[in-house]
Design a protein around this ligand. Structure first.
Ligand code: PEP
Ligand code: MG
Length: 603
């Protein structure tokens, strides 16, 4: 079906979310409604039999889902509307289709997703030629069944996402569970249709130093696996089918830009030395960690402990949860890496943009960001919460481990979580298992938490300011929607007022606070945060050297004066201008020319 595709050079502009530029080959990962990955994985001969069984299991799962849907449709809409599912069931059970898929798996030694795509693409091509309108329209049924199969397949292990070549991953959107299964050793860049500065693809790409452009809208549809592509993350540009001249220009530009100061890592001892502003105020930089590839970077980049472990990255593609011992082992490993500076494990932050709630049988939600996400989902699924709490308590017996509750809206969330913690502590005691002391914190990322911050501060041991969500919820801007990226303004006065209020509430109650959203990782934002009263920042390990240099060169007194002026501003534009002039003007050596992250609106 791709034989007559237009292969002339085409360019897209999106949101630039990390640095660097590369050329590569497209590796398309299918969103599939259920965000199932679809790309080719070459199997060893020994894996083929298991893959065929995996396909069989997916067909059975898809069939069960269809039967359930049919029953529901019959109940709510009447029997006459349920017939559509019969057609899908027939297709799913079609011998020829299933035999063909199995044949592709066996003869080409590839994963089921790829085989399903190959076979159904063939069928669709035939349908496209059909003159009869009715029959031609049946192709949408085939697409539906394909989608269902791919989603069902995502319920199985994706074979560790071993990629066959260095790849530019192209997707509509990438969920943490998909990201967690990718083989980062072979990924050169990301390009996604959806997303903004704080979407997870962006956070991971920056953390790993992988070029990424998000918010490309319709790039995914145009690209095909294997296509040649140039990703220029600095400019937020993606070029499909680049001409030889474009490639040549790209290579020349690369040679000039080769020495990237952001990547330079100072000696470990230098990085570990206490960090102070020029006027002597101590600032602590911690690490945000998601993926195992980042674990070793915590110390390499000089982080003082792990300020945020996004534990939902432990979940597999199907949303299955590691058992208590597996989790305990991971937390202990991370606690060893963090050492005496400590590890903060965040309770699973699922739902919303993190992982489809439906994977955990929570059902599709109309408005997931406001739905059953984070602590809400944990409380609704006590077995999930209890298992994690037990694992964290046991790891805390081996080293300093804190637990932080995501998306707290008021003290009730904290009290309910604490009840579970104490309950499990007693239970572990009864089982003769050791449970360590645990400090419990609240993520401050919802306006209601800011408004009751003083009350919350009395009930927790620390605050963790999640500015990504704080911006999203305070300004009512979906953090993953590029259409509204222009409204996602981290320096909006309302956000700054919220940050200050939360920091003051913590200080008033004598508890510590750490800012762990993406703002902490950008020099200009970090300076404003310090001016507002933050003394602990947590960020991707690779961002630490840059922020460290900025903090060491700043005078806090001046940062405070700038922050105070920012709070007087009426708009984000005014704040941004002020920051540019005051910080960029005063310390041109500390802030890059582009003092603030690139503009979010696209040309
Ligand atoms: C945040 O919201 O700022 C945060 C740190 O957590 P996440 O980005 O995982 O939601
Ligand atoms: Mg958050």
């Amino acid at each position: 079906m791709s034989g007559r595709r237009d292969k002339s050079e085409r360019r897209w502009r999106g949101v630039a979310v990390s640095d660097g530029a590369v050329t590569g080959r497209v590796l398309r990962i299918h969103g599939g409604g259920g965000r199932a990955g679809i790309y080719q994985v070459k199997l060893d001969a020994a894996e083929v039999g298991r893959e065929v069984r995996r396909y069989g299991a997916a067909v059975r799962l898809a069939r069960r889902q269809l039967l359930a849907l049919k029953k529901r449709a019959a109940r709510t809409l009447g029997e006459e509307h349920a017939y559509i599912f019969d057609a899908h069931l027939l297709m799913l059970e079609d011998r020829k289709l299933n035999d063909d898929v199995e044949a592709v798996i066996r003869t080409e030694s590839v994963n089921s997703e790829w085989a399903v795509k190959v076979v159904t693409d063939r069928v669709l091509a035939v349908y496209e030629e059909i003159k009869d309108d009715y029959l031609r329209e049946r192709s949408s049924d085939i697409e539906d069944v394909t989608r269902r199969l791919l989603v069902a397949l995502s319920g199985e292990s994706m074979l560790g996402r071993r990629l066959t070549e260095d790849a530019v991953v192209v997707a509509e959107e990438l969920m943490p569970s998909t990201l967690a299964e990718l083989d980062f050793g072979h990924i050169k860049a990301f390009a996604t249709d959806v997303g903004g500065w704080t979407s997870h693809t962006a956070i991971i790409a920056r953390g790993l130093g992988i070029p990424a452009v998000v918010g490309l809208r319709d790039f995914y549809r145009a690209a095909r696996t294997g296509d040649s592509v140039v990703i220029d993350a600095g400019r937020g540009e993606v070029t499909l089918h680049p001409k030889p001249e474009t490639l040549e220009l790209f290579t020349r530009e690369r040679q000039v830009a080769k020495e990237s100061p952001a990547r330079a890592v100072a000696a470990a001892e230098e990085l570990r030395a206490p960090l102070r502003t020029r006027d002597g105020v101590e600032v602590t930089l911690r690490a945000n960690v998601e993926l195992p590839v980042e674990y070793d970077w915590v110390n390499r980049y000089g982080a003082h402990g792990i300020g945020l472990f996004r534990s939902e990255f432990l979940l597999s593609h199907r949303g299955s949860v590691p058992d208590e011992d597996e989790q305990r082992e991971t937390y202990e490993r991370l606690a060893r890496i963090a050492g005496e500076d400590g590890l903060t494990v965040r309770l699973f932050d699922m739902g919303g943009d993190k992982l489809s709630g439906s994977r955990l049988d929570a059902g599709e939600e109309r408005n997931p960001a406001l739905g059953l996400r984070a602590i809400r989902l944990c409380l609704q699924r006590p077995e999930l919460l209890r298992t994690q709490v037990r694992a964290v308590l046991r790891a805390a017996a081996r080293g300093p481990v804190d637990l932080v509750i995501p998306m707290v809206s008021d003290v009730t969330d904290v009290r309910r979580a604490r009840e579970v913690i104490e309950d499990e502590r007693a239970r572990l005691g009864g089982e003769g298992k050791e449970a360590g002391a645990l400090r419990v914190g609240a993520m401050i990322e919802v306006p209601s938490a800011v408004l009751v911050a003083e009350k919350l501060a009395r009930e927790v041991d620390f605050f963790s300011l999640g500015t990504n969500d704080l911006v999203q919820y305070t300004l009512a801007v979906d953090r993953g929607n590029d259409e509204v990226a222009g409204w996602f303004r981290s320096l909006h006065p309302a956000v700054l007022l919220s940050v200050r209020r939360a920091l003051e509430a913590a200080e008033g109650a004598g508890i510590r606070s750490v800012v762990c959203g993406e703002m902490a990782a950008s020099p200009a934002y970090a300076a404003v945060l310090l001016g507002l009263g933050a003394r602990e920042l947590s960020m991707a390990p690779t961002a630490i050297p840059r922020v460290r240099r900025t903090v060491a060169g700043l005078e806090l007194e001046e940062a405070e004066a700038v922050a105070k002026e920012c709070l007087e501003c009426a708009t984000a534009d005014e704040v941004e201008e002020l920051v540019r002039v005051r910080l960029g003007g005063r310390w041109p050596n500390l802030f890059p020319k582009e003092i603030l992250p690139p503009p979010k609106t696209k040309g």
